[in-house]
Design a protein. Structure first.
Length: 221
């Protein structure tokens, strides 16, 4: 008999919907999750259905369903700090968080994925890569050997890393960015779409271009 686990997705936007599709793909290979639906703090969404799944209520309902695993799927380039704030507010133990890996993702046996993280379709981790907690890895991202991604970072679709890159806490890397080997991306910094990063990016800055250069400091944390 196959045992499945209950699951709640926090958020009801694009990333949450993509994660729900990843859950469906996992279940198509092997029944793993009983997805109840979405939790979102926008009261206008409560009672609605998104891609066929209900928006059950606000995020604090995680405490009313203590047997359900949770994955927090919020944030966008204009406000990529939200995921960390929600996780801090919910204050759940690590074992309440699900790790969702699309079945088409390619992970080496010595790579590590932390609780609450999501890897979408055809993401690749080649050798000894580490993805920490509550990280979003979008489709077709490639993390080569010894890449380390700290908590709450976002790796958008098509990002490519050389070996030994370190992405620090909460950083956001835009679609198609290329990161040279051994480079460090600072905490809560942002790398623009298609940028080519050849040197370390300090904490809390926005870098864009080819080669990437500082555009400005981030506006808020």
């Amino acid at each position: 008999m196959t045992t499945t686990s209950e699951l709640l997705i926090v958020g009801a936007g694009g990333f949450a919907r993509e994660t729900a599709q990843a859950v469906a793909a996992i279940n198509a290979v092997r029944p793993t999750w009983r997805l109840h639906g979405f939790l979102d703090d926008d009261p206008l969404l409560h009672g609605r259905r998104v891609d066929g799944l209900p928006v059950i209520g606000g995020t604090d309902l995680v405490h009313s369903l203590p047997n359900a695993h949770v994955v927090v799927c919020v944030g966008n380039p204009r406000n990529y700090f939200t995921r960390a704030r929600i996780v801090e507010r919910l204050d759940l133990p690590a074992d309440r968080y699900a790790t969702i890996v699309h079945p088409s993702a390619d992970l080496s046996a010595d790579s590590v994925i932390g609780p609450g993280s999501v890897l979408l379709a055809q993401a690749v981790l080649t050798a000894a890569a580490t993805v920490s907690a509550h990280v979003a890895v979008m489709p077709h991202a490639v993390l080569t050997h010894d890449v380390t991604v700290d908590d709450f970072a976002t790796i958008a679709s098509g990002v490519r890393f050389g070996g030994g890159v370190r992405v620090q806490r909460g950083a956001y890397l835009g679609s198609g960015a290329l990161i040279r080997e051994q480079v460090k991306i600072g905490a809560w910094s942002q790398v623009g779409m298609g940028s080519v990063v050849l040197q370390d990016v300090p904490d809390g800055q926005v870098w864009v271009g080819n080669p990437a250069r500082k555009l400005r400091d981030i506006e808020t944390l």
